[in-house]
Design a protein around this ligand. Structure first.
Ligand code: TA6
Length: 303
């Protein structure tokens, strides 16, 4: 029987110098990736990228200093995979926000070093009685993570049953920035968005996105390319995506971050979430036998 313990994973899938596994807490194992292109840490729970730093650049992904690593608990930071719904469940208030994929174990089905020394990990969500109780649809979901000069993430869902279902999802990525108050995002100009702060209202983005307060928006009709401009760290983060026409932009600001308890004082100043998604009117109707693929690529460019 295969398990997600570091000992078992090291025996089956470690790649000398480039990939090894470590138990960082009881029942919580992490893959450590080191190549000439980048370093990354990925939790087996949630197939969750926790850190990613391209060589010669500041970390691209933000992980809270106060993030908790425990079975069944979501991690504050990294690349949480929200699946098979985004936000609250449509009808069941007791089901977890953003779905269950980020808090259950995934199987690592393949790990390999590509000829150009990018390292590719393939994960598959492990269904259980607990997941089936919340998601009775026959489905298969795979996540492929490629660690190279860019971080590439591809999420594929197949309807393996005989009835259609509705799929909502997001790569809820937390990016590391110098100061949210000096950060702007381009690529969302003229898109409509659902502004979720203080009740949901529909608005249209004028110019670049900037931040002066809590920001929680679902941008609609997005075009698969946006950029985070960070004059403090002196870089841009370029986000390109496919299979997604909605983008969430989130920063909780001071009060909400304090209430969440795992940001630390002023932790929110150093992060922004820009999430490649299928959310709101962009949810996917998946026919029997069909596969939906959503991908995101993240690159750090020095300015
Ligand atoms: O994507 C933005 C959002 O949906 C916010 O409304 C905010 O609550 C955030 O996600 C974090 O959610 P979490 O469940 O990880 O605390």
């Amino acid at each position: 029987m295969t398990t997600n313990t570091a000992a078992d994973l090291n025996r089956r899938l470690a790649i000398a110098e480039f990939l090894n596994f470590e138990d960082v807490a009881e029942g919580f194992t992490v893959a450590n990736v080191t190549t000439r292109h980048a370093t990354a840490r990925i939790a087996l729970q949630g197939a969750h990228v926790m850190t990613y730093q391209p060589a010669g650049h500041p970390p691209l992904i933000w992980l809270s200093k106060f993030a908790k690593f425990a079975p069944g608990k979501s991690i504050r930071g990294g690349v949480p995979v929200c699946w098979p719904w985004f936000g609250p469940h449509a009808s069941e208030a007791g089901f977890p926000g953003h779905g269950f994929a980020r808090t259950v174990p995934w199987a690592l089905t393949d790990a390999r070093l590509l000829p150009d020394e990018r390292l590719r990990l393939k994960f598959e969500l492990i269904h259980s009685d607990a997941t089936r109780a919340q998601w009775p649809h026959a489905s298969n979901v795979k996540l492929i993570i490629t660690v190279g000069p860019e971080l590439e993430v591809a999420l594929a869902t197949t309807n393996t049953g005989s009835t259609p279902f509705e799929l909502g999802q997001a790569l809820h990525t937390y990016f590391e920035i110098g100061d949210i108050r000096k950060t702007t995002i381009t690529g969302l100009e003229n898109c409509d968005y659902l502004d979720k702060v203080g009740g949901t209202t529909r608005k249209t983005q004028q110019g670049a996105v900037s931040f002066t307060q809590e920001t929680d928006r679902i941008y609609l009709g997005t075009r698969g390319h946006c950029e985070i401009h960070d004059p403090v760290l002196g870089r841009r983060i370029v986000i390109t995506s496919t299979g997604s026409h909605s983008t969430i932009v989130w920063n909780p600001w001071t009060e909400k971050a304090d209430k969440m308890g795992d940001f630390g004082t002023d932790g929110h100043l150093g992060m922004v979430c820009v999430e490649t998604a299928n959310a709101a009117e962009d949810v996917i109707q998946l026919a029997p036998g069909a596969t939906h693929r959503m991908t995101a690529q993240y690159r750090s460019i020095k300015d």
